[in-house]
Ligand binder design. Structure first.
Ligand code: 5RP
Length: 228
């Protein structure tokens, strides 16, 4: 699928999700190119319907800046109790609505907002769909202090670690000053086993396996249909 077509699909899924947002609710907003279309659509609703939200929390400075440029006030997660709804993108989604996230490097805040949301909706184009999780290297946010040891440990475990690099070829640094190691294991044979292993590995801040979290996926297909 070419980029123009893919962007069109992302936009369609985003517009559908923006229509689901209830006025005066607490909204969580994710990160990524699909979410950028969602924020635009939300801005258009704000203009047309003059609706407002009780609180908005977001998962990256990119999304925060975009929301603020459209006149939304953005709060910190610590300022709210729970989001009523969080809308986010995903890198891969399987048949059980489990996903890989973190392609944009915002996985830690994304997971924290997700677990503090009553309802989670992902917006994707059909290229993100898989029957079994894989097809995208799994992002793992890692503390710099023990990153070399963890990299070697992942190598020994056969997880095919790769340092994520920035546009200057330097190690990518997250919002929290950590590194990202992408695990190129594909497919992921037992996602919950790997999630458990990573959850118990000292030095791992967060990983991009989002299991049993998503309530609904809005999928834009290239034949023009939108599936929910
Ligand atoms: C960022 C994410 C994004 O939601 C994911 O990478 C999808 O991005 P895009 O909508 O640009 O394809 O997890 O950390």
């Amino acid at each position: 699928m070419d980029k123009q077509k893919q962007d069109q699909l992302k936009k369609e899924a985003a517009i559908k999700a923006a229509a689901m947002v209830k006025p005066n609710s607490v909204l969580g907003v994710g990160t990524g190119s699909t979410v950028a279309f969602f924020i635009d659509a939300l801005g258009q609703r704000k203009e047309k319907e003059n609706f407002s939200l009780k609180h908005i929390v977001t998962t990256s400075n990119r999304s925060k800046k975009q929301l603020e440029s459209l006149g939304f006030k953005v709060d910190e997660l610590a300022d709210i109790d729970q989001a009523d709804l969080t809308v986010d993108g995903a890198d891969r989604v399987d048949d059980n609505l489990d996903g890989i996230k973190g392609g944009g490097g915002a996985l830690t805040l994304e997971k924290n907002v997700a677990v503090n949301s009553k309802k989670i909706v992902w917006i994707v184009d059909e290229s993100k769909l898989v029957h079994h999780l894989g097809g995208f290297a799994l992002p793992v946010e890692i503390l710099p202090i023990s990153c070399e040891q963890n990299f070697k440990r992942f190598e020994k475990e056969g997880l095919k670690p790769q340092w994520r690099l920035d546009e200057n070829g330097k190690r990518y640094v997250t919002h929290y000053g950590n590194y990202i190691i992408d695990l190129a294991i594909d497919p992921i044979p037992v996602p919950d086993g790997l999630a458990d292993y990573l959850d118990h590995t000292v030095g791992v801040v967060e990983h991009g396996l989002f299991l049993n979290m998503c309530d609904k996926v809005i999928i834009a297909h290239s034949d023009g249909t939108i599936e929910e």
